[in-house]
Design a protein. Sequence first.
Length: 295
Amino acid sequence: MSFVKLIYQKLDKRRLLFPNGIPVVLEIENIKLKSDILDAGGYDYYKSRKSYEEYASKFYKLVDKAIRPSIILDIGANYGFISSISAQRMPQAKVIAIEPSKKMIPYLKENLELNNVQDFKIINSVCGDIDADAHVFSINPSSSQDNRVLAPKSNWTSKQVSMTCIDSVLKDCSPKDSIFIKIDTQGFEEKVFEGGMGFFRTHQNWIVKTEFAPNWLRSQHTDPKKLLDFFVENFDVAELPATIPFLTKHVDDLFRSKIDFESTTEFIAYIEKLSNNGLGWCDLIIRPKTGEREA
């Protein structure tokens, strides 16, 4: 039995004993993160190298240097780890955190406050292609980081929650405003981008960091090749390395190996091989096409 599987089995047993979870405040350098360690998604932050890599990453300072964001839009905010890091690196920006899980909202609010984020707004909603008063959202019973809009398994719990879209959230932004957007919606990214195309087509001062996970995309009825081709047709797109090289000086350096139409099929096959059973994933960095942005 794998070590990870053993941990999850122990967590499952303890969830029965502690139905309200066991909240613990973790300290990842100078980021404080209150999370439920009986939630595999919360446990994932606990002494994880991945968490420290995210904290130490040069990426957020590079974004700040490149566009000096006035707004940080965190879509799929979970416990607020990325919101907190981004706000620390971009203190001039207002944080708008969108999180559909009602259970996560108190944690998210407290973590933003613990990390002295002064200007923030939390939206308890799915982010998708339209505004709607009610939309299905599915809760993974084991991990809050793997909640999805469409449940891939029958033992997940479905909830009704409102849906909003990027165009609505950013409707009051002027073309001069600069926006950093992080998207992690477990395969629902196609709908998130569809709901933001009004913004993306009329604003030129933005950068997106988005998860790209072929298996998760398929679970939400998205063809990964079609989505990646759409990105390449409309934007500058590059793979965002998990660890940004220390001597990277500018965001432009991250786009030196842009993905093009000829490479999308091969790129997806490569990403799927980054983990077992085709479960590989990566982050992409996306911005307006360079020529359009400079026009």
